[in-house]
Design a binder for this molecule. Structure first.
Ligand SMILES: [Zn+2]
Length: 113
């Protein structure tokens, strides 16, 4: 996989969840995943267990989308077959933090040309 910097406009309707934490492991031990209520069934299926209400925050999702859209440039991973990850991220090496937005299938690929 290779990291590619892209300039995309994120549509909040395509966002399943957002993550904020320290750089490194993203299982949740270093930060928090917050889920978008409109995709909670999809998120639960992806995780394999139900979400707690406290895991769902449309406000956190909205804030993260605004942050990414303001930043403009985000990073996506391109796979060997040329397709793109269903997430994008911003690493802040000054603060040692990483933010990630996870999308419904294919919504990044539609925007990255
Ligand atoms: Zn972990």
């Amino acid at each position: 996989m290779s990291a590619v910097k892209v300039n995309i406009v994120i549509d909040i309707n395509n966002v399943i969840s957002v993550y904020s934490g320290k750089q490194g492991c993203m299982c949740g031990c270093n930060g928090n995943h917050r889920y978008h209520s409109i995709h909670k069934d999809l998120a639960a299926a992806g995780r394999g267990y139900d979400l707690d209400d406290s895991d769902i925050s449309d406000l956190a999702v909205k804030r993260m989308v605004n942050k990414f859209n303001k930043a403009g440039v985000v990073t996506v991973d391109q796979k060997i077959d040329g397709t793109y990850s269903d997430y994008c991220y911003i690493d802040n090496n000054d603060t040692d933090r990483t933010n990630v937005i996870y999308f419904t299938n294919g919504s990044i690929a539609n925007q990255v040309k």
